[in-house]
Design a protein. Structure first.
Lengths: 122, 154
Protein backbone atom coordinates (compact mmCIF):
# COMPACT_ATOMS: atom_id res chain seq x y z
CA UNK A 1 0.00 0.00 0.00
CA UNK A 2 1.34 3.44 -0.90
CA UNK A 3 1.08 5.84 2.05
CA UNK A 4 1.34 8.90 -0.23
CA UNK A 5 -1.59 7.77 -2.37
CA UNK A 6 -3.75 7.19 0.71
CA UNK A 7 -2.75 10.62 2.09
CA UNK A 8 -3.61 12.24 -1.23
CA UNK A 9 -7.05 10.62 -1.14
CA UNK A 10 -7.61 11.69 2.48
CA UNK A 11 -6.57 15.28 1.66
CA UNK A 12 -8.98 15.30 -1.32
CA UNK A 13 -11.87 14.03 0.82
CA UNK A 14 -11.12 16.52 3.56
CA UNK A 15 -11.00 19.45 1.14
CA UNK A 16 -14.27 18.30 -0.44
CA UNK A 17 -15.83 18.35 3.02
CA UNK A 18 -14.54 21.78 4.07
CA UNK A 19 -15.19 23.08 0.55
CA UNK A 20 -12.71 24.64 -1.84
CA UNK A 21 -8.99 24.56 -2.42
CA UNK A 22 -6.41 24.30 0.35
CA UNK A 23 -4.91 27.67 -0.67
CA UNK A 24 -8.31 29.38 -0.31
CA UNK A 25 -8.94 28.19 3.23
CA UNK A 26 -8.72 30.54 6.20
CA UNK A 27 -5.57 30.20 8.32
CA UNK A 28 -7.40 28.35 11.13
CA UNK A 29 -9.01 25.78 8.79
CA UNK A 30 -5.72 25.39 6.92
CA UNK A 31 -3.99 24.54 10.20
CA UNK A 32 -6.74 22.03 11.11
CA UNK A 33 -6.42 20.30 7.72
CA UNK A 34 -2.62 20.26 7.91
CA UNK A 35 -2.61 18.95 11.51
CA UNK A 36 -5.00 16.18 10.54
CA UNK A 37 -2.88 15.23 7.51
CA UNK A 38 0.28 15.17 9.62
CA UNK A 39 -1.45 12.94 12.18
CA UNK A 40 -2.76 10.71 9.36
CA UNK A 41 0.72 10.43 7.86
CA UNK A 42 2.22 9.31 11.18
CA UNK A 43 -0.48 6.70 11.67
CA UNK A 44 -0.28 5.38 8.10
CA UNK A 45 3.49 5.03 8.33
CA UNK A 46 3.20 3.21 11.67
CA UNK A 47 0.47 0.85 10.37
CA UNK A 48 2.45 0.14 7.18
CA UNK A 49 5.45 -0.81 9.32
CA UNK A 50 3.29 -3.02 11.57
CA UNK A 51 1.94 -4.73 8.43
CA UNK A 52 5.40 -5.17 6.93
CA UNK A 53 6.67 -6.72 10.18
CA UNK A 54 3.68 -9.07 10.38
CA UNK A 55 2.27 -7.59 13.61
CA UNK A 56 -1.09 -6.92 11.96
CA UNK A 57 -2.82 -8.72 9.08
CA UNK A 58 -3.71 -7.07 5.72
CA UNK A 59 -7.37 -7.14 6.82
CA UNK A 60 -6.54 -5.31 10.06
CA UNK A 61 -4.42 -2.82 8.14
CA UNK A 62 -7.33 -2.16 5.78
CA UNK A 63 -9.68 -1.70 8.76
CA UNK A 64 -7.37 0.91 10.30
CA UNK A 65 -6.92 2.84 7.03
CA UNK A 66 -10.69 2.86 6.53
CA UNK A 67 -11.15 4.09 10.09
CA UNK A 68 -8.91 7.05 9.26
CA UNK A 69 -11.10 7.80 6.22
CA UNK A 70 -14.20 7.59 8.45
CA UNK A 71 -12.50 10.01 10.85
CA UNK A 72 -12.19 12.48 7.94
CA UNK A 73 -15.97 12.42 7.58
CA UNK A 74 -16.47 12.81 11.33
CA UNK A 75 -13.99 15.69 11.38
CA UNK A 76 -15.92 17.30 8.51
CA UNK A 77 -19.18 17.00 10.46
CA UNK A 78 -17.47 18.49 13.50
CA UNK A 79 -16.04 21.41 11.47
CA UNK A 80 -19.42 22.12 9.85
CA UNK A 81 -21.18 22.08 13.23
CA UNK A 82 -18.50 24.17 14.92
CA UNK A 83 -18.75 26.90 12.22
CA UNK A 84 -22.51 26.87 12.64
CA UNK A 85 -22.12 27.39 16.40
CA UNK A 86 -19.53 30.16 15.84
CA UNK A 87 -21.94 31.91 13.44
CA UNK A 88 -24.71 31.48 15.99
CA UNK A 89 -22.54 33.24 18.59
CA UNK A 90 -21.87 36.03 16.08
CA UNK A 91 -25.61 36.36 15.57
CA UNK A 92 -26.06 36.71 19.34
CA UNK A 93 -23.54 39.55 19.53
CA UNK A 94 -25.17 41.31 16.53
CA UNK A 95 -28.52 41.02 18.26
CA UNK A 96 -27.10 42.40 21.52
CA UNK A 97 -25.58 45.35 19.64
CA UNK A 98 -28.87 46.09 17.86
CA UNK A 99 -30.81 45.99 21.11
CA UNK A 100 -28.24 48.08 23.02
CA UNK A 101 -28.23 50.61 20.17
CA UNK A 102 -32.01 50.70 20.19
CA UNK A 103 -32.12 51.27 23.94
CA UNK A 104 -29.46 53.98 23.62
CA UNK A 105 -31.24 55.83 20.80
CA UNK A 106 -34.65 55.60 22.42
CA UNK A 107 -33.28 56.81 25.76
CA UNK A 108 -31.37 59.70 24.13
CA UNK A 109 -34.38 60.69 22.01
CA UNK A 110 -36.64 60.72 25.04
CA UNK A 111 -34.14 62.86 26.97
CA UNK A 112 -33.76 65.24 24.01
CA UNK A 113 -37.55 65.50 23.62
CA UNK A 114 -37.95 66.20 27.33
CA UNK A 115 -35.17 68.81 27.17
CA UNK A 116 -36.73 70.49 24.16
CA UNK A 117 -40.13 70.42 25.90
CA UNK A 118 -38.57 72.07 28.93
CA UNK A 119 -36.97 74.83 26.85
CA UNK A 120 -40.25 75.41 24.98
CA UNK A 121 -42.05 76.08 28.23
CA UNK A 122 -39.38 78.49 29.42
CA UNK B 1 -42.95 60.36 16.54
CA UNK B 2 -39.21 60.09 16.03
CA UNK B 3 -38.99 57.65 18.97
CA UNK B 4 -41.74 55.52 17.47
CA UNK B 5 -39.88 55.43 14.13
CA UNK B 6 -36.67 54.23 15.82
CA UNK B 7 -38.56 51.59 17.79
CA UNK B 8 -40.18 50.19 14.65
CA UNK B 9 -36.96 50.40 12.62
CA UNK B 10 -34.78 48.67 15.22
CA UNK B 11 -37.40 46.03 16.06
CA UNK B 12 -37.59 45.21 12.36
CA UNK B 13 -33.78 45.00 12.18
CA UNK B 14 -33.63 42.67 15.18
CA UNK B 15 -36.36 40.52 13.64
CA UNK B 16 -34.40 40.29 10.36
CA UNK B 17 -31.24 39.24 12.24
CA UNK B 18 -33.13 36.55 14.15
CA UNK B 19 -35.14 35.14 11.26
CA UNK B 20 -32.28 35.22 8.74
CA UNK B 21 -30.28 32.94 11.02
CA UNK B 22 -32.81 30.14 11.46
CA UNK B 23 -30.48 27.74 9.60
CA UNK B 24 -27.78 28.43 12.21
CA UNK B 25 -29.80 26.88 15.00
CA UNK B 26 -27.97 24.19 16.93
CA UNK B 27 -29.14 22.19 19.90
CA UNK B 28 -28.14 23.63 23.25
CA UNK B 29 -25.40 22.13 25.42
CA UNK B 30 -26.74 18.98 27.04
CA UNK B 31 -25.18 17.75 30.28
CA UNK B 32 -26.78 14.31 29.82
CA UNK B 33 -25.28 13.89 26.33
CA UNK B 34 -21.85 14.93 27.59
CA UNK B 35 -22.01 12.58 30.57
CA UNK B 36 -23.26 9.62 28.52
CA UNK B 37 -20.58 10.20 25.87
CA UNK B 38 -17.93 10.11 28.61
CA UNK B 39 -19.36 6.88 30.06
CA UNK B 40 -19.55 5.26 26.61
CA UNK B 41 -15.94 6.25 25.92
CA UNK B 42 -14.74 4.64 29.16
CA UNK B 43 -16.85 1.48 28.64
CA UNK B 44 -15.79 1.14 24.99
CA UNK B 45 -12.06 1.46 25.66
CA UNK B 46 -12.22 -0.98 28.61
CA UNK B 47 -14.05 -3.50 26.46
CA UNK B 48 -11.57 -3.08 23.60
CA UNK B 49 -8.78 -3.92 26.05
CA UNK B 50 -10.48 -7.30 26.56
CA UNK B 51 -10.83 -8.09 22.84
CA UNK B 52 -7.94 -10.59 23.02
CA UNK B 53 -10.37 -12.82 24.96
CA UNK B 54 -13.21 -14.72 23.20
CA UNK B 55 -16.16 -12.56 22.09
CA UNK B 56 -18.55 -15.04 23.71
CA UNK B 57 -16.94 -14.53 27.12
CA UNK B 58 -17.81 -10.80 27.04
CA UNK B 59 -21.35 -10.91 25.67
CA UNK B 60 -22.97 -9.23 28.70
CA UNK B 61 -20.62 -6.22 28.55
CA UNK B 62 -20.86 -6.06 24.73
CA UNK B 63 -24.65 -6.13 24.75
CA UNK B 64 -24.71 -3.47 27.46
CA UNK B 65 -22.48 -1.18 25.36
CA UNK B 66 -24.51 -1.82 22.20
CA UNK B 67 -27.71 -0.94 24.08
CA UNK B 68 -26.15 2.27 25.43
CA UNK B 69 -25.06 3.21 21.90
CA UNK B 70 -28.53 2.53 20.49
CA UNK B 71 -30.12 4.62 23.28
CA UNK B 72 -27.73 7.48 22.59
CA UNK B 73 -28.49 7.48 18.84
CA UNK B 74 -32.21 7.54 19.62
CA UNK B 75 -31.80 10.31 22.19
CA UNK B 76 -29.76 12.52 19.82
CA UNK B 77 -32.13 11.81 16.92
CA UNK B 78 -35.09 13.36 18.69
CA UNK B 79 -33.43 16.53 19.96
CA UNK B 80 -34.35 19.57 17.83
CA UNK B 81 -31.67 21.18 15.59
CA UNK B 82 -29.29 18.36 16.38
CA UNK B 83 -28.47 16.86 12.96
CA UNK B 84 -24.68 17.03 13.39
CA UNK B 85 -24.51 15.23 16.77
CA UNK B 86 -27.03 12.67 15.53
CA UNK B 87 -24.96 11.99 12.38
CA UNK B 88 -21.80 11.64 14.48
CA UNK B 89 -23.40 9.14 16.88
CA UNK B 90 -24.83 7.15 13.98
CA UNK B 91 -21.34 6.82 12.48
CA UNK B 92 -19.75 5.83 15.79
CA UNK B 93 -22.23 3.01 16.40
CA UNK B 94 -22.65 1.83 12.78
CA UNK B 95 -21.28 -1.75 12.44
CA UNK B 96 -20.25 -0.95 8.85
CA UNK B 97 -18.08 2.03 9.87
CA UNK B 98 -14.70 1.57 11.45
CA UNK B 99 -15.40 2.84 14.94
CA UNK B 100 -16.77 1.00 18.00
CA UNK B 101 -19.73 -0.53 16.12
CA UNK B 102 -17.40 -1.87 13.44
CA UNK B 103 -14.86 -3.05 16.00
CA UNK B 104 -17.48 -5.13 17.84
CA UNK B 105 -18.62 -6.61 14.52
CA UNK B 106 -15.05 -7.63 13.63
CA UNK B 107 -14.52 -9.09 17.11
CA UNK B 108 -17.67 -11.18 16.73
CA UNK B 109 -16.53 -12.42 13.30
CA UNK B 110 -13.01 -13.32 14.43
CA UNK B 111 -13.74 -14.56 17.94
CA UNK B 112 -10.64 -12.86 19.38
CA UNK B 113 -8.53 -9.93 18.17
CA UNK B 114 -4.84 -9.24 18.01
CA UNK B 115 -3.66 -6.95 20.86
CA UNK B 116 -1.54 -4.67 18.65
CA UNK B 117 -4.42 -4.14 16.25
CA UNK B 118 -6.87 -3.54 19.14
CA UNK B 119 -4.55 -0.91 20.61
CA UNK B 120 -4.39 0.98 17.27
CA UNK B 121 -8.16 0.66 16.77
CA UNK B 122 -8.71 1.97 20.31
CA UNK B 123 -6.82 5.13 19.37
CA UNK B 124 -9.20 5.64 16.42
CA UNK B 125 -12.35 5.02 18.50
CA UNK B 126 -11.09 7.33 21.27
CA UNK B 127 -10.38 10.10 18.75
CA UNK B 128 -13.89 9.78 17.32
CA UNK B 129 -15.54 9.91 20.76
CA UNK B 130 -13.33 12.85 21.75
CA UNK B 131 -14.65 14.73 18.69
CA UNK B 132 -18.22 14.14 19.90
CA UNK B 133 -17.32 15.33 23.41
CA UNK B 134 -15.53 18.43 22.08
CA UNK B 135 -18.48 19.23 19.82
CA UNK B 136 -20.96 18.99 22.70
CA UNK B 137 -18.64 21.19 24.77
CA UNK B 138 -18.70 23.85 22.05
CA UNK B 139 -22.43 24.33 22.51
CA UNK B 140 -21.84 27.20 24.90
CA UNK B 141 -24.67 27.35 27.42
CA UNK B 142 -23.79 30.90 28.46
CA UNK B 143 -24.31 32.27 24.94
CA UNK B 144 -27.59 30.38 24.58
CA UNK B 145 -28.89 31.68 27.92
CA UNK B 146 -27.87 35.24 26.99
CA UNK B 147 -29.84 35.03 23.75
CA UNK B 148 -32.87 33.61 25.56
CA UNK B 149 -32.65 36.39 28.17
CA UNK B 150 -32.49 39.03 25.42
CA UNK B 151 -35.51 37.53 23.70
CA UNK B 152 -37.39 37.30 27.00
CA UNK B 153 -37.62 33.50 26.86
CA UNK B 154 -36.31 33.02 30.41
Amino acid sequence: MDVNNILKEIKGNLLDLVGGKFEDLKAESKKDVQDFLNASKEKLERWTLLLAEGHISPEEYKWLVESQKDLVVLKGLYAAGASKIALGHLKNSILTTVINTAIGIVTNTNTATADSGDSDTE
Amino acid sequence: MKTHFYRVYLSALALVVVTSCVSLRTAVFDQYSYQKATEIKVDATRLMDRSNTPYNSQTAAIEHLQTELAKMVEYEKNKPDNQISYAMWKMISDPNKKFIGGFLKLWEEKGTLNTIFAEEAKGQVTEALDLILQYEGKKDPAAENKLKAILGLQ
